[in-house]
Write a protein that binds this ligand. Structure first.
Ligand SMILES: *Cc1c(COP(=O)(O)O)cnc(C)c1O
Length: 461
């Protein structure tokens, strides 16, 4: 399987190259040249398989001959061996025909572990084989960074630098990034917001001298291998609920559009998905865009769901690519407009195409808070604020006859303040993390400036 850029001007790569590269050299994102489609019978035949076995079936057509079947099986089995639940992604019924897909049983308690643990194993095998080293730089609104550090800590062939917005991540998120003691782990607190961190990261990839000099590799949610890992739980959950014989809808707490885009890929692969609901917090650029046709960057407002405090939603570019019938130059033009004017207009055929698959909604801070309270009082369920936004949007928009799955993207203990404020219950960390607040922290503070960040990376590798 080959991979092409959403902007149509970067070299065509295989799976391994696309994974190690992250961002394409024309500024675009890699997508597969074609998307494999499963028949209803093939999907039906997955109904008695384990999570790992479904993962193998879903992932292998995209990997091509970069990894043998045997290697891929080992990689998948290792990736999920540290998860705290035998189902990996268990489904829980919240109310009639509305389910929570619990994606927080991985080592850092958020769904990012599904992709990052897998990518860590892929990198390990690929780099050992090539006998080469890479420098991973990631930007995080909190959960990607801890998941990446957890996946790459102690690996010989990798240095990992994580840029996070200073003071804008939760204490648990920060401590998960700053307490690992391995020498190849570098947590960098940037005096800016997440969009600044993400912009610095993009600029590092577009600085080819730097990029090639430090052998830069990307594991942000734009990395195709991450999207691919996330496709698996759409299959495992929909099949449990009756796919391919039944249609299933999903509500997805959304920031960078990576998780919900994986659902779109699952649908393209033949999974019987009805609606994909984009659930945003007050940073609602995607909801505004789906409602009005104008994608317009606003300022980022800090919220109680910080992992979704994003205005530039990177993976949305992939959705635009498919909504323009894979027209790289049209996508390029839109992204240029965004860069120069801070907005673009897709109110014609592109918007129509997007609406064929996606619905959207937003939750204010007060609504998020009340939704956490409501679910605790009525369903004895402690939801993290992100998951609560997904549940609220699902409840508002769902068709009662079609099973709705809301992705529960993080464990409530990752965001204890918001949960306690809404329920008076302090959500406890699982025992594997009970001493998190006693471990020593190690972080490097840096001004909001590309050159300063690059200097730190060069000096440390
Ligand atoms: C990253 C994250 C999201 C947003 O996911 P995207 O793929 O960026 O849309 C939602 N909830 C939590 C807890 C997250 O960590």
């Amino acid at each position: 399987m080959n991979y092409i850029s959403t902007r149509g001007k970067a070299p065509v790569l295989n799976f391994e190259e696309a994974m190690l590269t992250g961002l394409a050299r024309d500024g675009g994102l890699y997508v597969p040249q074609s998307i494999p489609v499963f028949s209803a019978d093939e999907i039906r035949s997955m109904s008695n398989l384990s999570y790992e076995e479904i993962a193998f079936k879903v992932i292998s057509p995209f990997v091509g001959d970069c990894f043998s079947d045997d290697e891929l099986l080992k990689i998948i089995n290792k990736a999920y061996s540290h998860f705290g639940h035998k189902d990996r992604a268990p489904l829980v019924e919240l109310e009639t025909n509305h389910f929570l897909l619990e994606l927080f049983h991985g080592p850092t308690l958020a769904f990012k572990d599904f992709a990052m643990q897998l990518i860590g194993q892929f990198f390990q095998v690929a780099l050992e084989r090539k006998k080469s080293r890479v420098t991973i730089v990631g930007a995080t609104s909190g959960d990607t960074g801890s998941a990446a550090i957890e996946a790459f800590r102690g690996l010989d062939a990798v240095n990992v630098f994580i840029l996070y917005p200073n003071g804008r991540v939760s204490d648990v998120q920060r401590r998960q990034m700053t307490t690992p003691s391995e020498k190849n782990v570098h947590a960098i607190a940037v005096d800016g917001n997440f969009d600044d961190c993400q912009a610095h990261l993009k600029d590092m990839f577009n600085d080819f001298e730097f990029r090639d000099g430090v052998k830069l590799a990307g594991v942000n949610s734009i990395n195709w291998a991450r999207v691919l890992a996330q496709v698996v739980y759409y299959f495992s959950s929909a099949i449990k609920l009756g796919a391919p014989n039944k249609k299933i809808s999903f509500s997805v707490p959304t920031g960078n559009f990576g998780d919900i885009f994986a659902g779109f890929i699952a649908k393209k692969m033949g999974l019987s998905i009805d609606r994909l609901v984009i659930a945003t917090n007050q940073n609602d650029i995607l909801h505004r865009c789906l409602s009005s046709g104008v994608y317009k960057i606003d300022s980022v407002l800090p919220s109680i769901s910080p992992s979704m405090d994003i205005q530039v939603s990177s993976n949305f570019e992939r959705a635009l690519f498919y909504a323009t019938d894979c027209n790289g130059s049209e996508v390029s033009d839109l992204m240029e407009q965004l860069k120069s004017t801070g907005q673009f207009d897709i109110s014609g055929s592109i918007l129509k195409k997007l609406r064929e698959n996606f619905d959207s909604g937003r939750a204010s801070e007060d609504e998020t808070h009340s939704e956490i309270t409501y679910n605790y009082q009525n369903h004895a369920e402690l939801l993290c604020p992100h998951s609560a936004i997904g549940v609220l949007t699902a409840r508002r928009q769902r068709n009662a006859d079609i099973p709705m799955v809301t992705l529960a993207t993080a464990h409530p203990a990752k965001f204890p303040t918001a949960v306690k404020n809404a329920t008076s219950v302090f959500p406890e960390l699982p025992s594997s993390m009970a001493d998190l607040f006693e471990r020593e922290e190690r972080t490097t503070n840096v001004e909001n400036n590309l050159q300063s960040i690059q200097a730190i990376v060069r000096e440390r590798i």
